[in-house]
Design a protein around this ligand. Structure first.
Ligand code: FNR
Length: 368
């Protein structure tokens, strides 16, 4: 499919399926077991409607905002996803270049295929901001060395610890077929290999992740870094409140793109829970909320922002866009910019700070 024929982000998936090796496609696209959560991630957004206001001058709209005090031209970011080199030889370095050119922030996965220096050195802007996603290693000294490196490199401005991966999700499409692709992470060292359970790339590269990770480890992290800490994979208002009470600077609502626990809620439901039962977090100014899972449209982004999310991540769409190299990633960002601006205009807002729950009808989801 020529890039010019890709009009919306959903168009990237079938195009990538054609371009990618079958094993890489199943690793990227798979959700856990029956893929119930994977399907809900997208349909949850469809259940929310807008309450558009009209007769407002929307000639100029401004999509700029800040994540943890760092500028971004759009309220979207590249979610951390491992093994980008399965999509294109430039891997995560292509994201750094294009994210810098377009003024958006990239989260780097602990399972990135390229090394940290390679990714950061490929940046388009000298003062470009990155956030780091951390999988805590069973061998804590390895994580401590990685955190030290993150601090020393100076360009990574926050650490987001993934907390929804205490066990690898059972992704059946990924388990089928041998893991014959030879790629290892340039950061964690996690390798792709088959074993008696199957050929799951996700499972084999995540073998080092510590299932003992628990709330007391926030103290351990604080002893090793002065960077802001976010928890990625919060799925209930109770855990959001706990993270907030423990002083986390960010809460990243996610179910790992439907790849971890099948039957876990779309992050959008968790955001609605926070709005209903603990809106203090949203008002405090001390803790920012990020969200991902199933976001494919500018309208999805704006809905999440109306409910108080500061930024919205996308995993698969950027991985699929990367099959076209840098041009594909740039095209994906331009499509989202255009859709976000169109949504703002048709909703009657000119700045992101004007978004709020008054612009939504969430009644279909209220019984939760
Ligand atoms: C992921 N995700 C992920 N998350 C994380 O914290 N560390 C990681 O290494 C990875 N790796 C990864 C690989 C691939 C191929 C995918 C698709 C996802 C989850 C990712 O950060 C994000 O939460 C989801 O991708 C969001 O859902 P969508 O946008 O893919 O629907």
């Amino acid at each position: 499919v020529p890039l010019g024929q890709i009009i919306g982000l959903p168009d990237f998936a079938p195009a990538a399926e054609q371009l990618l090796n079958a094993k890489a496609w199943s690793y990227y696209s798979a959700g856990a077991t029956d893929e119930l959560t994977l399907a809900l991630n997208k349909s949850a957004y469809n259940a929310i409607l807008f309450r558009p206001r009209v007769m407002i001058d929307v000639d100029t709209v401004d999509t700029r905002t800040q994540f943890l005090g760092h500028k971004t031209s759009l309220p979207i970011f590249v979610a951390p996803a491992g093994m980008a080199k399965l999509s294109h030889p430039d891997g995560e370095a292509a994201f750094s270049k294009v994210a810098g050119e377009h003024g958006i922030i990239q989260f780097i996965s602990t399972n990135a295929s390229a090394g940290l220096e390679t990714i950061i050195d490929a940046r388009a802007e000298p003062d470009q901001t990155f956030f780091m996603q951390l999988y805590v290693d069973k061998k804590r000294e390895k994580s401590e060395a990685l955190i030290k490196k993150i601090e020393d490199l100076g360009r990574l401005k926050a650490i987001f610890v993934t907390v929804d991966a205490a066990a690898p999700g059972k992704r059946e499409a990924d388990e089928r077929g041998k893991a014959e692709i030879e790629v290892a992470s340039g950061i964690s060292g996690g390798k792709i290999q088959s074993d008696s359970k199957g050929g799951g790339i996700g499972r084999s590269v995540g073998g080092f992740i510590d299932p003992k990770l628990n709330w007391s480890d926030i103290g351990w992290l604080r002893r090793h870094t002065r960077l802001p800490i976010g928890l990625k994979g919060i799925q209930t208002v109770e855990d959001a409140k706990r993270a907030y009470d423990m002083g986390c600077e960010a809460i990243y609502l996610s179910n790992h793109g439907g790849r971890a626990l099948d039957g876990s809620p779309p992050a959008l439901y968790t955001l609605l829970e926070i709005n209903k039962f603990y809106p203090e977090i949203l008002r405090s100014g001390k803790c920012e909320i990020y969200i991902d899972g199933g976001i494919r449209r500018g309208t999805d982004v704006v809905k999440a922002l109306c409910l108080g999310a500061k930024g919205v991540g996308m995993g698969r769409p950027f991985m699929y866009a990367l099959t076209y190299g840098e041009d594909g990633v740039a095209h994906a960002i331009e499509i989202m910019r255009d859709e976000i601006e169109t949504t703002m205009r048709l909703l009657g807002v000119t700045k992101l700070s004007q978004l709020g729950p008054h612009l939504l009808n969430t009644r279909a989801l209220d019984p939760l």
